[in-house]
Unconditional design. Sequence first.
Length: 202
Amino acid sequence: MKTFIPIISLCLLLCFVQKTEAQETVIFNDSTALYKVDNSLVYAVDTGGKLSLHDVTAQGYASHFKKSDKQVLNFGITNLTIWLKIKARNTNPAISTDLVIDEPQVSDIRLFEPATGDKVLYETGLLFPYSSRPVKTTVFTFPLKMSDTITHTYYLRIHSNSPLIIPVFFTTEKNMLAREDIKNMGYGIYFGIFTGLFLYNL
């Protein structure tokens, strides 16, 4: 009986690890949905801002990543560089998937997928020309190539000269552009009313 106790304990531990791993993967399967990453990401703080993708993906660095306990990561005003690690799987390859950083004031964003090599997939941010954005939106939208049903792991290196807030979600480019249209319409109505009131009071 004593022999079976360690075996049972090990099986329970493995089940727990598998369950935790599944919870950290964003499952994308609906073209009309917006998938907030929330607690599905982990992050690490790069105090010197000099770490490379090779450094943060090394096995010995894994313990530096912490699971987010907030719906939106908010580091306030900081000079730190933040690395995010996100796992995602698209169970419907017919759907195109975009990763969105829903904050227009982020200075520097670099997106990597280690499975494709060390080369940065996208590099953009507020300090970069508008033409560097792969999708021309007011926030930062990154098309991902998930035309299969396997789990993909992405790393984002993020630095900002303004308060660092990092809301992250997945959606389709069609949904994102529709969201931008609604936002721009709201801005148009707001400035239209403001202009009207200004002219009325002249």
